[in-house]
Design a binder for this molecule. Structure first.
Ligand SMILES: [Zn+2]
Length: 235
């Protein structure tokens, strides 16, 4: 076999092995992203719910202050009732007291409603905290697995790159440039086998004379259909 062709076959195998890490890295990265997104989504829900709970508490405390004011009003009306001189004044005071009592009762109902709401919000928060802990643990666990695997991949990748560097130093520069040019569009299928007289890059059948050239392998042959470098896999 032509020496240049032999070297290109080896180089293309190295390039394919280097490229093969890409989908693995992408998969790891997207798994990590999904786990981070899930964790952050729950963190956001938790923050929102905490703000809502705070609002509910502020509402309750504002209603409680209103009740306090109304109760003071009731006490002062009761005191003033003892001092009034006319029926008219007494009637006015009584109406004022009735209104205050009604107000207190309405506000108490509202506070009861808000307390029920607060209970359910706090239950939800507890639930979210559990979910968040699980999502955080899940993320942390996967993160260390991710780092380990990435480190191993980087090491393997570096080794392959070094091998590639060594390899391309021995390859004729014109042949290498020719290979790189094809690789630009064909990615890691710049050098492909021929099987059953077909190019395994474009899967088109070669004519008899091209096929014979590929089998002879005296020089670098390319596919007349797609332009990839061919070698016979049936030798
Ligand atoms: Zn082809």
């Amino acid at each position: 076999m032509n020496r240049h062709l032999e070297e290109l076959i080896e180089l293309s195998k190295l390039d394919r092995a280097i490229d093969d890490f890409n989908p693995v890295v992408e998969k790891l990265q997207s798994k990590l992203d999904r786990k981070r997104d899930k964790k952050e989504e729950i963190e956001k829900l938790k923050l929102d719910l905490e703000a809502t709970i705070q609002e509910t508490k502020v509402k309750i405390s504002s209603f409680e202050s209103q009740i306090k004011v109304l109760k003071e009003q009731l006490n002062s009306s009761a005191k003033r009732e003892k001092l009034v001189k006319s029926e008219k004044e007494l009637k006015a005071l009584r109406t004022e007291s009735e209104l205050a009592k009604e107000g207190i009762s309405n506000i108490n109902e509202e506070i009861d409603r808000l307390n029920i709401l607060l209970d359910s919000q706090e239950d939800k928060l507890e639930d979210l905290e559990k979910k968040l802990k699980k999502a955080r643990d899940d993320f942390e666990k996967f993160y260390s697995e991710y780092m380990d695997r990435m480190e191993r991949i980087e090491k393997q990748r570096r080794e392959l790159f070094l091998k590639r560097e060594t390899k391309i130093r021995t390859i004729d520069q014109k042949v290498l440039a020719f290979y790189e040019k094809i690789r630009r569009w064909s990615k890691n299928s710049a050098v492909v086998p021929v099987r059953k007289q077909a190019c395994y890059g474009c899967y088109m059948k070669l004519n008899d004379s091209s096929y014979a050239e590929v089998i002879r392998a005296e020089e670098i042959c390319t596919c007349h259909h797609c332009g990839r470098i061919l070698y016979s896999a049936e030798a």
